[in-house]
Design a protein around this ligand. Structure first.
Ligand code: PGA
Length: 258
């Protein structure tokens, strides 16, 4: 794991965007794994600016998103398909047909999830996976207790996640209780991982993921076994890391050598 610690989320988002943009430039046909949530929004805006400035193009990029609420139609304004269109796809030059989000209305979720995994494999696997982290250390909707070997499947949201996500819905009881989500095993197969973590309410999760033991109780900790995983944190999210000064110094050296 490389831990990049920035003063602000704006700075961290730009650095993470640079890493994504470098890949898109080098491999215009790359396969991206994408995430929703409030955290990656700034990074998506930075990438949209790069497209506008003609620095990069997503014309031949294909993408697979991490997860989708089970039971929400893609047109629902809280569905992750809707989120991706509004916050990223409609602002860049990607072909919509090349973007994939699990179908939250799939009647046969097993078939939907198996087809999703198959399609990712057929595309050659994910070159770079973007991730946020939940306050309980989850990645995608892999809540505490999810196997570190899990694959794309139907999952249940913890009361903590329902509470965290209630801010986007009229009331907490409107938050779906289930989702379709890539598994931890699926995510860890990505060739490169870019995780973003901002704010003091992520500090415990970042600490557990980076300096705790590898455990299904903090599914982000599975990334300890990934050999090209990057955490882009603001100062508040990194505040509880024991070796934060060392990580900051080391990542500067590594980033400068890329
Ligand atoms: P957030 O969600 O970016 O809205 O904080 C992150 C997550 O739950 O993965």
């Amino acid at each position: 794991m490389e831990i990049v610690i920035c003063r602000t989320k704006e700075e961290a988002s730009r650095k993470a965007a640079d890493m994504v943009a470098a890949l898109v430039k080098k491999n215009p046909k790359c396969v991206l794994g994408l995430a929703t949530g409030s955290t990656p929004v700034l990074m998506y805006s930075e990438l949209a600016k790069d497209v506008k400035a003609k620095k990069i193009s997503f014309k031949n990029v294909r993408s697979w998103n991490l997860d989708e609420y089970y039971g929400l139609a893609p047109t629902h304004d809280q569905s992750y398909r809707y989120f991706m269109n509004a916050n990223f796809f409609d602002r860049i030059d990607i072909k919509k047909a090349n973007t994939h989000v699990l179908n939250g209305l799939a009647k046969d979720w097993r078939k939907e999830c198996a087809a999703y995994e198959k399609a990712i494999k057929a595309a050659g696997g994910i070159d770079l996976q973007v991730l946020g982290i939940g306050s309980d250390g989850h990645i995608a909707f892999n809540e505490p207790g999810s196997s570190l070997a899990s694959r794309t499947r139907l999952v249940s949201l913890t009361p903590q996640t329902i509470k965290d996500n209630a801010r986007f819905f009229a009331k907490a009881s409107d938050v779906p209780r289930h989702a379709l989500s890539m598994g931890v095993g699926t995510i860890c197969e990505a060739k490169k991982v870019v995780l973003l973590a901002f704010g003091a309410n992520k500090a415990d999760a970042v600490k557990a993921a980076v300096e705790g033991g590898m455990s299904q109780f903090c599914t982000a900790s599975a990334l300890q076994a990934h050999n090209d995983a990057w955490f882009f944190c603001d100062a508040a999210a990194a505040a509880k890391l024991k070796l934060r000064k060392f990580y900051a110094w080391r990542s500067e050296t590594v980033l400068a050598s890329l």
